[in-house]
Design a protein around this ligand. Structure first.
Ligand code: NDP
Length: 386
């Protein structure tokens, strides 16, 4: 065992040499490389954790349970503190899972009592569309800021009432227009604004999913239907890419008469939007096809495409021309945490959110005009004040 290879000897010699030079360096006052022989002169530690904003989740359906509540775990500024539900047993289980005090569970009748709950700063309305206006108005009157899911409401008139109620109560109102916060979509809109491929000539967008009954989306009474539900993403993609609102729309609908799901709302709607710059957008939405969510912004010298564009995860941004195309990568982020943190920051700093009630109203003017056009069978102008 006493035999050393030449390589070992060489290494030992090197280490001894290195050790002696370390001693020499320390003696001469130079800092040792590692480990540190002194503690840092000043400890740099983050300040105390800021208090997170308390949120009440109103309606414990699919979106609330599968996306919004889990998103709090990655939110920097928000914490769920209260639940509003028509199903107390479910609400208790959810409260237990998220460490919410069961005293902070309300049903819809008792919702206004949330006014006395100091732990709640914001209420997040995740109810059927027909209930958005009522619960937003009750929320702001209870002294809470409100984040309301899309579509903002069932009609333009309801949107106006919601905005007026928030103004009167001096509370902030934000509409959860997700793609206005998601980084890849924002990068796509930015490229269009900067005319990276020249001026926008045309936009094409579609949003298709296969909705199974029973579902709030299939109910007229609950303000379901594909245009407000999935079409609103196509409307927003075009509006945000152009920074304009459409001045005219033309919609056509089809429903398979043999399909029971489409007794109350259309199955498929195809619509065009004309913008003040002259750009036309061609969109298609359906509740009875393989999921597909995409848009392409056709420009003078290339195109910008998101596919998928409106999903919660796995979004992809491409640009290209006839000869080549490339994908653009950005770090993925949780859309719901982004929205909630943005709203919390606006409340903290008294700023207007990027998508306030007025944005939801703009979308709703378009949704309403498309449905009017479908019923009338001809194009519908959207008022100059829109
Ligand atoms: P769900 O049907 O899954 O949930 C709706 C919840 O509302 C129910 O679970 C129920 O909660 C409550 N509710 C109260 N009254 C009624 C009623 N009369 N009928 C049915 N439900 C009622 O819908 P989603 O979660 O899919 O959608 C909710 C909202 O979120 C919609 O406005 C939708 O447009 C929006 N949404 C937004 C998305 C986005 O990406 N931003 C994606 C998906 C939906 P409880 O049992 O607790 O009372």
């Amino acid at each position: 065992m006493a035999e050393h290879s030449k390589a070992d000897t060489t290494r030992r010699n090197f280490m001894m040499a290195a050790g002696s030079s370390l001693v020499a360096a320390t003696a001469a006052g130079a800092a040792p490389l590692a480990p540190p022989d002194r503690q840092p002169p000043k400890l740099t530690l983050p300040g105390p954790k800021p208090k997170k904003m308390g949120w009440a989740i109103v309606g414990l359906g699919k979106l609330a349970l599968e996306e919004v509540l889990p998103a709090f775990s990655v939110s920097e500024k928000c914490v769920p503190v209260a639940l509003v539900s028509g199903h107390p047993e479910k609400a208790k289980k959810v409260a237990d899972r998220y460490g919410i005090d069961p005293k902070n569970i309300y049903d819809y009748q008792a919702f206004d009592q949330i006014a006395q709950n100091k732990a709640v700063d914001v209420v997040y309305i995740i109810l059927p569309n027909s209930m958005h206006a009522e619960y937003t108005i009750r929320g702001v009157r209870a002294g809470k800021h409100v984040l309301c899911e899309k579509p903002m409401a069932a009609s333009v008139a309801e949107c106006e009432q919601m905005i007026a109620a928030a103004t009167q109560a001096d509370r902030k109102l934000m509409i959860a227009n997700r793609i206005g916060y998601e980084p890849l979509n924002r990068a796509a809109f930015d490229m269009a604004h900067k005319k990276e491929f020249g001026a926008v000539r045309m936009i094409e967008s579609s949003n298709v999913q296969n909705v199974q009954a029973p579902n709030i989306r299939l109910s007229k009474k609950l303000a379901g239907g594909p245009v407000g539900d999935v079409g609103i993403y196509c409307i927003q993609a075009a509006r945000y890419a152009l920074n304009e609102d459409p001045i005219e729309v033309f919609g056509q609908a089809f429903s398979n008469p043999a399909d029971e799901r489409f007794r109350e709302v259309p199955e498929t709607v195809v619509f065009t939007m004309r913008f003040p710059s002259g750009v036309l957008a061609n969109c298609g939405v359906s509740f009875s096809g393989e999921p597909s969510r995409r848009y392409r912004v056709f420009c003078e010298k290339g195109w910008i495409e998101m596919n998928p564009s409106f999903s919660y995860r796995g979004l992809r941004l491409y640009t290209g021309n006839e000869k080549s195309s490339q994908e653009h990568l950005l770090t993925a982020a949780n859309h719901f945490a982004l929205e909630m943190d943005h709203f919390a920051e606006c409340i903290e700093n008294n700023k207007t959110p990027r998508t306030p009630g007025e944005e939801g109203l703009r979308d709703m003017r378009v949704v309403e005009a498309i449905m009017e056009s479908v019923a009338a069978g001809k194009p519908v102008r959207i008022g100059a004040s829109a």
